[in-house]
Design a protein around this ligand. Structure first.
Ligand code: FES
Ligand code: FES
Length: 166
């Protein structure tokens, strides 16, 4: 039994009650993933599981046996930032940075959801390809809170990254 964290197989916790978030932070010392509310309300703990965004505070680590988990440490590193990380810097997408790892993982998952054609609550034409305009990005990122109020910069960074990748 093992979890694949950023491409590396690691043992699950001995205690099956340990959340994926606590396993990442407390056991594996991958502290990029943040604990905000610890109850599914803020998005700070967002990571990718096989490319889909999940809230690691609500996930038991043992549930992800054999699954591939990507944390912010697997997205980019100092000197080799992911373009979305650079966009957050360029567009003032953070102040304290506490929410930023979750914002970035969530945005990457959100972009893949849009590519798969998954609609959001504000998608008007369910038969057309998804266009990540401002309203769509705002709606799809509404589960990631920024208590510093950097939401405008965050949305700008994501939208410009989407446009650059198109
Ligand atoms: S810490 Fe998981 S949603 Fe807030
Ligand atoms: S940058 Fe501080 S919470 Fe978002």
């Amino acid at each position: 039994m093992s979890l694949i964290i950023n491409g590396v197989a690691v043992a699950p916790p001995a205690d099956p009650r340990v959340s994926l978030l606590d396993h990442l932070r407390e056991t594996l010392h991958l502290t990029g993933t943040k604990k905000g509310c610890n109850q599914g309300a803020c998005g700070a703990c967002t990571v990718l599981a096989d490319g889909e965004r999940i809230l690691s505070c609500l996930a038991l680590a043992v549930q992800y046996d054999g699954r591939s988990i990507t944390t912010i440490e697997g997205v980019g590193q100092a000197g080799a930032l992911h373009p979305l990380q650079q966009a957050f810097i360029d567009h003032d997408g953070f102040q304290c940075g506490y929410c930023t790892p979750g914002q970035i993982c969530s945005a990457l998952g959100m972009m893949m959801e849009a590519k798969r054609g998954l609609p959001s609550n504000v998608t008007s034409d369910l038969t057309a390809a998804v266009t990540l305009d401002r309203a769509e990005v705002q709606e799809r990122m509404s589960g990631n809170l920024c208590r510093c109020g950097a939401h405008n910069g965050i949305i700008d960074a994501i939208r410009l990254s989407v446009e650059a990748a198109a």
